[in-house]
Design a protein around this ligand. Structure first.
Ligand SMILES: NC(=O)C1=CN([C@@H]2O[C@H](COP(=O)(O)OP(=O)(O)OC[C@H]3O[C@@H](n4cnc5c(N)ncnc54)[C@H](OP(=O)(O)O)[C@@H]3O)[C@@H](O)[C@H]2O)C=CC1
Ligand SMILES: CC(=O)[C@@H](O)[C@H](O)COP(=O)(O)O
Ligand SMILES: [Mn+2]
Length: 405
C-alpha cells in the first residue's frame, strides 16, 4: 500500500484479467487511479493479444499465463501492441513473464495488497490458497475454489482476509455489516431464474447452447452463464454462502427475483430483513471488494427512485431445477462431495457446449456421479481434493460418452 499524500493506493494483482470479471476490474481501477494500481495480471493464455494490450496499457510489473506454449505468442504480442500503439523504445517497459501450470500461484503471491481471483473453475483453488498463504487480501470471484476446497480455504484465511466479489455474497456482506452473527436468522440468496425461468422439466429437453447463453440480466463468461441456466450457479452460491458465513444449509434460502436488483438479503432474529439493491452491474461488487471496506464514488448507477417499479420474488421450482437441493445435500454430507459436484458439472458444461450432452443431461449426470461416489474422506490437503475431482471428472466423462454414442 503506498501513501499518495492523503489517498492510499492499493496494489492489485488480477487473476483472469481477460475475462468478464477481469476486464471490468480493469475499468474500475482505471477510473480510480489514485486508489487502485494493477501491478500484475494473469490468464490462461487463450488471448495473448488482449493480455499484452492490458499489460502495456496498465504498465504492470508481471504477466502470468497458465499455458506455457503461449509464452512466445505473448512476447510477440508485446511487440505487436507496442508497434500498433506507436510506442517507441524506452516509452514502455516489458513486464516479467511467468508461464506454466503453477504461474497463477506464483502471481497470487506477488507483492501486492489485494489479489482478485477472477479465474473460472476449480483450477482457481491453488491460486486462492497461494494468495491467502502470502497474506494478501483475497477479492474472490472464483466461487469454485470455495466450493471445491472450503475447509482448506477457511483453514488458511484470517478473519476478513476474503472479501466476496460474487454479487449475492457481496450483498450478504453488506447486509451483515452492522449485525451480530448470533442475530442472523437466515440468508436469502436471490436468483434471476436464468433464461428458462418458468419452464417445466419437459420444456427444458431441447434447449440449445445459444438459448442457454442468453442470460436475461447479466453479461458474463460462458461457464457461469450456462450454470445460471441450470441453476448450478445458485447451487454453488449456496455452498459459497455456507463457507463464507458459517450459516447452516437449512437456513440459506433461494428466491427467484427475475430483475436481479435485490442481490440477496439477511433475515434477523427480530423479524427484520435487510436487502442490498442496485441495478445489475458487477462493477459495484468488484469495486467494493477492491476498496473494501470503503465505497468508491460513481462506480455504478443506483436504483432510479423517480419512477415506479416492482420487485417480484418467486420460490424456486425444485422439480424443474433440482441443482440447488442436490448441492445442499452434497454440502451437508461434505467428504469431498461439493468438489465432486463442481468437477462433474465442469465436465458436463463443457460437453453440453460441444453438443455432446443435452441440457438436462448436465444436472442429471452430476446427480448420477454424486450417487456413485465411493466415499471419500473429508479433504485434508489439496491432493485429496484433486483425487476426488479426478474421480468425478473421469466418471462424468464415462457417462457423457455413453450418452454421446
Ligand atoms: N462474470 C461475472 O459477472 C461473474 C463471475 N463470477 C465468477 O467469476 C469467475 C470468472 O468468471 P468470468 O469472468 O465470467 O469468466 P470468463 O470466462 O469471462 O473469464 C475467465 C478468465 O479466467 C481465465 N482462466 C481460465 N482458466 C485459467 C487457468 N487455468 N489459469 C489462469 N487463468 C485462467 C481466462 O483466461 P483466458 O482468457 O486466457 O482463457 C479468463 O481470463 C467464475 O468463477 C465465475 O463464476 C461471479 C459472479 C459474477
Ligand atoms: C452476477 C453474479 O453474481 C452471477 O453469479 C449471477 O448471480 C448470475 O445470475 P443468476 O442469478 O441467474 O445465477
Ligand atoms: Mn452470483
Amino acid at each position: 500500500m503506498r501513501d499518495n499524500g492523503r489517498v492510499t493506493t492499493r496494489d492489485v494483482v488480477l487473476l483472469g484479467s481477460t475475462g468478464s470479471i477481469g476486464t471490468q476490474a480493469i475499468e474500475v481501477a482505471q477510473a480510480n487511479p489514485d486508489k487502485l494500481r494493477i501491478v500484475g495480471i494473469g490468464a490462461q493464455g487463450s488471448n495473448p493479444g488482449l493480455l499484452a494490450e492490458q499489460a502495456l496499457g496498465l504498465g504492470v510489473d508481471v504477466v502470468a499465463i497458465h499455458r506455457s506454449c503461449a509464452a512466445q505468442e505473448l512476447q510477440l504480442a508485446f511487440y505487436a501492441v507496442a508497434e500498433k500503439n506507436g510506442y517507441s523504445k524506452g516509452e514502455y517497459r516489458l513486464p516479467k513473464i511467468i508461464a506454466g501450470p503453477t504461474a497463477m500461484e506464483e502471481l497470487a503471491a506477488w507483492p501486492c495488497d489485494t489479489v482478485l481471483n477472477g479465474i473460472t473453475g476449480s483450477i482457481g483453488l491453488a491460486p486462492t490458497l497461494a494468495a491467502l498463504k502470502a497474506g494478501r487480501t483475497l477479492a474472490l470471484a472464483n466461487k469454485e475454489s470455495l466450493v471445491a476446497g472450503g475447509a482448506l480455504v477457511r483453514g488458511l484465511a484470517e478473519p476478513g482476509q476474503i472479501v466476496p466479489v460474487d454479487s449475492e455474497h457481496s450483498a450478504l456482506a453488506q447486509c451483515l455489516w452492522s449485525g451480530k452473527a448470533e442475530e442472523v436468522r437466515r440468508l436469502v440468496v436471490t436468483a434471476s431464474g436464468g433464461p428458462f425461468r418458468g419452464r417445466t422439466r419437459d420444456e427444458l429437453a431441447d434447449v440449445t447452447v445459444e438459448q442457454a447463453l442468453a442470460h436475461p440480466t447479466w453479461a458474463m463468461g460462458p461457464v457461469v452463464t450456462i450454470n445460471s441456466a441450470t441453476m448450478v450457479n445458485k447451487a454453488l452460491e449456496v455452498i459459497e454462502a455456507h463457507e463464507l458465513y458459517g450459516i447452516g444449509y437449512d437456513d440459506i434460502a433461494v428466491m427467484v427475483h427475475p430483475t436481479s436488483v435485490i442481490h440477496s438479503m439477511v433475515e434477523f432474529v427480530d423479524g427484520s430483513t435487510i436487502a442490498q439493491a442496485s441495478p445489475p452491474d458487477m462493477k459495484l461488487p468488484i469495486a467494493l471488494a477492491l476498496a473494501w471496506p470503503r465505497r468508491l464514488a460513481g462506480v455504478a448507477k443506483a436504483v432510479d427512485w423517480t419512477r415506479s417499479h416492482t420487485w417480484e420474488f418467486f420460490p424456486l421450482d425444485d422439480e424443474a431445477f433440482p441443482a440447488v437441493n442436490l448441492a445442499r445435500e452434497a454440502g451437508r454430507t461434505g467428504r469431498c462431495l461439493p468438489a465432486i459436484y463442481n468437477a462433474a458439472n465442469e465436465e458436463c458444461v463443457d460437453a453440453f457446449t460441444k453438443g455432446e450432452l443435452p441440457f438436462l443431461g448436465i444436472v442429471d449426470t452430476v446427480a448420477e456421479v454424486l450417487a456413485a461416489t465411493p466415499g471419500f474422506d473429508e479433504p485434508g490437503t489439496v491432493d485429496d481434493v484433486l483425487a476426488a475431482e479426478k474421480w468425478a471428472r473421469d466418471t462424468a466423462r464415462e457417462r457423457i460418452a455413453r450418452v454421446a454414442k
